[in-house]
Design a binder for this molecule. Sequence first.
Ligand SMILES: Cc1ncc(COP(=O)(O)O)c(C=O)c1O
Length: 446
Amino acid sequence: MNERARPETVGQSLENSAFFMPFSMNRQFKKAPRLVSRAEGIHYYTPEGRKIIDGTSGLWCVNAGHCRPAIAEGVAKGVATLDFAPPFQLGHPLAFEFADKVAALAPEGLSKVFFTNSGSESVETALKLALAYHRVRGEGHRTRLIGRERGYHGVNFGGTAVGGIVGNRKIFGALLAGVDHMRHTHDLARNAFSKGEPQHGAELADDLERLCQLHDPSTIAAVIVEPVACSTGVLVPPVGYLKRLREICDRHGILLIFDEVITAWGRLGEPFAALRFKVTPDLITTAKGITNGTVPMGAVFMKEALYQAFQTGPDTAIEMPHGYTYSAHPVACAAGLATLKVYEDEGLLTRVKELEPYWQEQAHALKGLPNVIDIRNIGLIAAIELAPREAAVGARGFEVHLKAWERGAYMRVTGDIIALAPPLIIEKPQIDALFDCLRGVLKEIR
Ligand SMILES: Cc1ncc(COP(=O)(O)O)c(C=O)c1O
């Protein structure tokens, strides 16, 4: 028994628990729970003391690894020093310090930061900023928002509306009016087993041009895409695709939003994916790794011109009627500052550049195993796509999730796609262990 395990949860039935688990199969889970009670480095530990490799950095957020003492100390000190301060018409120094520090890492020109508490809130904030920006500049006719099929932008109304995962949308009614979608970029026929950015598909960005012609570009406020669409099962952008989107947006005065809730904070070997792809959007949404997942926080980065557009009324008026009780929460800022220090001291925001070739090689070594129809990767992210079972889409993927857990690894699955994105501190032997586990599972299942 692990010394910090909690014996009271071991063997206890959860079947009648009050907890409505998010994005989970509640009945299945409560019958056969998979619980973790502590974590350290790249591992979780179950209440029984079993060690589990965290193959997906929690939910793509624990980039520096779990329970880092410096971050825990920063949070403890933060909460003991200033537990809360209203962010409306009052400030605290950590908010300003943290904003300046993260803005210094952002792509050139994205110099202002708005704090939120999650990726979903970052998305809502960015969409509202886009609409308001056009309005204050006298272009209030720009009200349409464009997303992309298979996009994931969180779970609030705006994000669900611009999102493109059918299962996340279909039971929630009409969502927002004035939203349209481009096609996704997944193309197994042409791009299966691509290493890094696939060769084919830049022309799919021209869907945006078609939507401009359909709706008239003067009605479109913003386009939002994930540079790498992770939650849907890791769709890496085709070579030239993001650049083409940027050009079309520029041509028509449309704001480009990169949703970097997952791809920021070193996941692709740069602080932001925009830096890796050398395409600068007008706004970037982030969350997750900003505090290493320890305290909820999100942030929206914007170009200076967006911020300045709001600074025109009387200086006795609130410029932007938007914000959250917990925007720039002092404990989140403390967590963020401590996280940033760990990232910087250990070079974690760029470490993936060194790891990526090895990671890619190990991922693609799974080619040829039963049911594997695609392997794709970028940065410290990989996806292994399996052929679905007849009339049971997702069943094979979920079995991989369960069997990997039994063998000592936690892996996210989306349908029949296994997504891997371990903490950025992972070492090569641990990469081997993660892929060996998956190899064993893939050989075992039918
Ligand atoms: C690209 C993207 N946007 C938004 C979100 C939503 O973030 P949150 O769950 O913190 O609200 C996620 C979460 O995975 C995401 O991947």
